[in-house]
Design a protein around this ligand. Sequence first.
Ligand code: FEO
Length: 405
Amino acid sequence: MPPLMKEKFMHKKITNTVTWTGKIDWELRRFHGDELSTHKGSSYNSYLINDKKTVLIDTVWAPFDKEFVSNLKKVINLKKIDYIIANHGEVDHSGALPALLREIPETPVYCTSNAIKSLRGQYHENWNFVPVKTGDTLEIGNNTLIFIEAPMLHWPDSMFTYMKGENILFSNDGFGQHLACDSLFNDTADENEIMLESLKYYANILAPFSPQVTRKIKELLGMNLPIEMICPSHGIIWRTSPEKIIEKYLSWADSYQENQISIIYDTMWNSTGKMAQAIADGIRLKDPFVTLKLFNCSKTDKSDIVTEIFKSRAVIVGSPTVNNGYLYSISGILELIKGLKLKNKKAVAFGSYGWSGESVKLINQELSQAGFLVVDDGFRTIWTPDEEIVEKLREFGKTLAEKLQ
Ligand code: FEO
């Protein structure tokens, strides 16, 4: 590839003033350690603003720090960077700061006071931090930067930076998706894919903070700042109709549900699996319109299950009784959804057993503690369901179709 082409692909002009200087990570499949699946890769978006002052907003994940600094040098003399903005201290955005600041150690780093704590805690460096609060501004020439703290979106240290003039919101994790996309812009990418990944991102990362999301967006809209573009730190840039993703966030943050019931189960010798299918058949007989999905959670990616639960109006959770409890994969899902603080969802448990049979009661207790409205004591059956029990499970499913409305 000729050098000029290579250069073009490493950095992309967003506007006359803003250049994308991030990293598209096509190979990323797990994030936050092994916690979150990223089937379609991700990007770590960093932005260079060339106004009368030169500003760098965020960097990239630590494994790409040398590549980042080396590429950055090809578009700017690092000594010309007047300010660095760290919208968030997490390592996927701050990971190249040590390598960068080794070259330009005096450059001021603008961030929230909580970000100073997180950056110092992670890197043990006393960089030239400048703490900022909501409403603080930085004149950079034709544009002005306005800082907007965004605590718990999704860390206490998070903030947005708004560029008045070109009217761009640099929103960091907010409005992002784990999606590698060469075009970088929403209007040149697959819209369905973008929205699916945005929803997965919201469900898995931002859902616990929905009240803060609602408050922050209302505060942002109340500031009457025109938003012509949203530049998040992961995935595509919302270049056209950025209000669409803002509206989606308001909807997702407001006890979101679709007309979906998800049956989440695990099974050892398929007794509980057979129960899951019979309950589903009963629901379908009674409700021809509901979206009904079954997931064996020992065989399904947990981040995808969380996304499906987030979309559901009800979940039906099943496990056989093992060692007076329930199966390991069910335990993991119950723990995950407890942390998400989901609202406006109904639930019920089911499961087979051979001896003691506690799983149904225990799962119902966990679902209740996770904030779900448990609508029934559940259904448990000893050993393998025969045709008579299968018929009873279908009837149970029909009853649930009404109780889970
Ligand atoms: Fe993308 Fe919270 O880091």
